[in-house]
Design a protein around this ligand. Structure first.
Ligand SMILES: [Zn+2]
Length: 540
């Protein structure tokens, strides 16, 4: 009886959710590819319609009652009800509140899509800012470009703080401590476990990061003919010091200059039995005015219309990003159509990030460079040594940077009234990334990070994704390669089969920790990541 009722309720909900979800995805795609106000309005309206559909208290009650019924034995039915309950819970709000939250978030998003910073009296794109921070030797010019990268913050800081207050208000009205705690619970992440693992990672990386960072600073100081203690945020290549500097010393960009990144990626995925030609054909890959300058992947209809957005340039950064987005796309495309529509999605954001990151890392794999990208490095051993060191530092830096974002955002929601947020940001950056704050700067630099507005309480997923990517790598080494050299996985159809059979096949039909346990032999575990990237303090 209950199982029958559940079946018809699920059918009913799916019938309504499906077109609403497609409309949201299409509208966001249009908004991010055109940047027009009209498209933006359509996106806002579509999202509000979806959230209002999920705001029905009576439907939520029926779902919860069915979940409590002991008569439902079908695990796929139970899982669909669980996910729907999680989808409804944050939306059990008055319509006016939903409208307000969606509108505020989308207004800030539109600002990020269309805002172009100004430098020397002319507009400059994100890619151009990064170019200056990569190549320019003059500190004053670097400083000006870095400051330009923060101009957006002045536009969005105030509206963002207002949005934070309203998100908290809504979360508290639903019985949560604050919006941060609510988001973690809705995404099936145990906050205590997360903070415990992050604290452990901080401890394990403190000394290796200090040592590696000191070495980087010595080399940067030499390049800029100054002393390490003079270095400021603009001496590093990434505006947030998210990525390691000195990428030109690594010499990877050379291997991608003038190359067709799309063809390289297309061929690689085809040869690991995850063909994505159709995805690439549907995608929006190159820079254009008005277009979102970031990158993402979207599954429009869960029926095969998967697309990615990029702003490709022929360098290793965009090679990595392209592989990353195509990793997401492979997961989405190869979710079996036989799964119920509600379960036809990745098990968790952190799992799809892990797949994307597994692919992204190949950019630094010399075997992959040679076999997939047909690079012919003159000094192979030297390049390999530098690439390993770069990735190590990149991962140490990622740990520290995600901690900055996580601790800052948790505090932003936990204590939004504090009037020293600018200082808190730089305190965290100095303590964790060990980058000295600019003198006499009192600006909302934190607000220049788009995620705080557009993808709130999301950032931990990037670190969880890397931890899981290492878990997957270890499992693939053991179960697929049987200890053999992966050779960049080129032509390894068994890699694609492993991912399809152990991960993609299940969609969201079980909790991500259970999926991980089944696929790799253990729940979330930072040890494979530590073993792969964090040098032990005694080994020098
Ligand atoms: Zn991603």
């Amino acid at each position: 009886m209950a199982e029958e009722q559940a079946g018809s309720l699920l059918g009913e909900i799916e019938g309504e959710l499906r077109p609403l979800g497609i409309a949201v995805n299409l509208a966001h795609w249009e908004a991010s590819t055109t940047g027009t106000a009209e498209a933006q309005e359509k996106a806002t309206a579509a999202e509000a319609r979806l959230r209002k559909f999920l705001s029905s208290k009576s439907r939520y009650q029926r779902i919860v009652e069915l979940l409590h019924s002991l008569e439902i034995h079908d695990l796929l039915v139970r899982r669909q009800l669980e996910l729907l309950a999680l989808d409804h819970r944050p939306n059990l709000l008055p319509e006016s509140v939903i409208d307000d939250l969606v509108r505020r978030s989308n207004e800030i998003q539109a600002e990020f899509y269309t805002f172009r910073a100004r430098l020397d009296g002319r507009e400059i794109t994100n890619n151009e800012i990064i170019e200056v921070l990569r190549g320019e030797r003059d500190a004053a010019r670097r400083k000006a470009a870095w400051e330009a990268s923060k101009q957006i913050a002045h536009r969005v800081a105030e509206p963002l703080l207002e949005l934070v207050a309203r998100r908290n208000e809504a979360a508290r009205s639903l019985g949560y401590r604050d919006f941060y705690a609510m988001q973690l619970q809705l995404h099936e992440i145990d906050e205590a476990e997360l903070l415990c693992i992050f604290a452990q990672l901080k401890r394990r990386t403190d000394e290796p990061f200090r040592a590696a960072k000191a070495e980087i600073d010595r080399r940067l100081a030499k390049r800029y003919r100054t002393r390490p203690e003079i270095l400021r945020p603009w001496h590093y290549e990434d505006p947030f010091f998210q990525e390691p500097p000195l990428s030109e010393e690594l010499g990877l960009a050379r291997h991608f200059r003038g190359r067709d990144l799309v063809m390289i990626a297309d061929r690689f995925f085809a040869r690991i039995a995850l063909p994505l030609r159709d995805v690439l054909d549907r995608s929006d890959l190159y820079e254009r005015a008005g277009k979102d300058q970031h990158a993402y992947c979207v599954n429009i209809d869960r029926e095969g219309d998967v697309r990615i957005l990029c702003n490709l340039r022929d360098d290793e950064r965009w090679m990595g990003t392209l592989l990353h987005e195509l990793g997401h796309a492979a997961y989405e495309k190869f979710l079996p159509r036989t799964l119920p529509w509600i379960l036809r999605q990745p098990a968790h954001i952190a799992i799809t990030e892990a797949i994307a990151m597994f692919m992204d890392r190949l950019t630094y794999d010399i075997d992959w460079l040679e076999a997939a990208a047909e690079a012919r490095p003159d000094d192979r051993a030297g390049l390999q040594r530098r690439a390993v060191a770069t990735v190590r530092f990149e991962m140490l830096l990622l740990v520290r940077w995600v901690l900055v974002m996580t601790y800052f955002e948790r505090e932003l929601y936990g204590n939004p009234g504090r009037d020293d947020l600018h200082r808190l940001w730089w305190d965290l950056v100095e303590a964790l990334q060990q980058v000295r704050r600019p003198q006499n700067r009192d600006a909302p630099d934190w607000a220049a990070k788009i995620h705080l507005a557009v993808a709130p309480v999301y950032y931990h997923n990037y670190l969880l994704g890397e931890l899981i990517a290492s878990q997957l790598r270890a499992a693939i080494r053991k179960d697929v390669l049987d200890g053999a050299d992966p050779r960049g996985y080129v032509g390894r159809a068994d890699l694609g089969r492993f991912l399809r059979d152990r991960i993609f096949a299940y969609g969201a039909s079980q909790h991500w920790q259970a999926l991980l346990q089944d696929a790799t032999g253990s729940r979330l575990d930072p040890e494979p990541f530590i073993a792969e990237f964090v040098p032990t303090p005694f080994a020098g």
